[in-house]
Design a protein around this ligand. Sequence first.
Ligand SMILES: NC(=O)c1ccc[n+]([C@@H]2O[C@H](COP(=O)([O-])OP(=O)(O)OC[C@H]3O[C@@H](n4cnc5c(N)ncnc54)[C@H](O)[C@@H]3O)[C@@H](O)[C@H]2O)c1
Length: 343
Amino acid sequence: MSFPTILVTGGAGYIGSHACKALKNNGFTPITYDSLVTGNAEAVKWGPLEQGDIRDRDRLKAVFAQYKPAAVMHFAALIQVGESVSAPALYYDNNVYGSYCLLEEARAAGVKQMVFSSTAAVYGIPQTNLITEDHPKTPINPYGNTKLAMENMIRDYAAAYGINYAILRYFNAAGADAEGDLGTAYKVYTHLVPLMMQAADGEIPEMKIFGNDYPTADGTAMRDFIHVTDLVDAHVLALKHMQADKGNLTLNLGTNKATSILEMLSAAKDVLGKPVPASMFPRRAGDPPVLAADASAARATLGWTPHHSDIRNILATAWSWQHKLRAHGRAGALSLTRFKEAS
Ligand SMILES: NC(=O)c1ccc[n+]([C@@H]2O[C@H](COP(=O)([O-])OP(=O)(O)OC[C@H]3O[C@@H](n4cnc5c(N)ncnc54)[C@H](O)[C@@H]3O)[C@@H](O)[C@H]2O)c1
């Protein structure tokens, strides 16, 4: 098979754009299908960009007909937990109805393989320190509910219509492309690592730490940070697994290890060469003390090993990306159309 095309929904976003680069490096041609609601056209460098919304079935139909993709990688979603609480209709429409439209058009086009971005948010409050894939699925916010609904829809389609799937549940995605081609580029950041970078550079007054009374060694919450390059490597392996007809997958992607917020701050001080201003605030409702993947199934099934997820490497790649953006006068200025309108 030569240069099979892969339709990448959300390919202009943070993780999707890194996936496009990994696909290209592995002999695939990524076709980005993205509404640019939070993504950036500038991040689409490894194949064509087809601007469109996954809820636009006519547009999807035309793109499937034009490129005849061998598979779909489905990253497109709205991803902000807080916004999903205040605007659940937006999330069900964009994420769940959008995924239904995508599945229907993929089915009509005869596309049988789908890799899907799921999340640790499907588990809700963890009952164990390391979460395995069979942990109960009880999301605690609309974002997690939409992701679980999308997972279930894909499994139901697989059972009835014979598609193959790889559902990949990420823990905390972080870091940036080591060659400096890609990274996060939003106007408003909500994830820990970019917020740390902004606080270190004085773009925001400080980083807020929510809770210092958790039952952890230093009292701050602990998370499993997985480098975006490791994440997308797993996607390529999952795609190859499906192409070899080795069956459907539901896998956690993480490092089997949690790092506390204070540990991150301490590592950041070394890597960035300056302290990150931070203040303590009360816990937020629904934030679990520890969230960490048991990712041994991904290792065993895909032969996947996260090589880039050392915390210092995550911080170093994110830091050099932020400085590259800044050097181009683009810090915080790339995209997030919705936030542009709001600000
Ligand atoms: N970032 C994380 O830590 C994390 C963790 C777990 C799971 N995920 C999942 O990974 C995926 C990618 O997340 P990300 O961090 O790259 O977010 P992102 O916001 O950078 O990327 C999402 C992309 O999807 C596009 N999009 C959204 N709705 C669309 C629609 N209706 N039609 C077409 N395009 C649309 C956006 O424009 C954007 O380019 C999401 O599905 C998210 O749920 C992310």
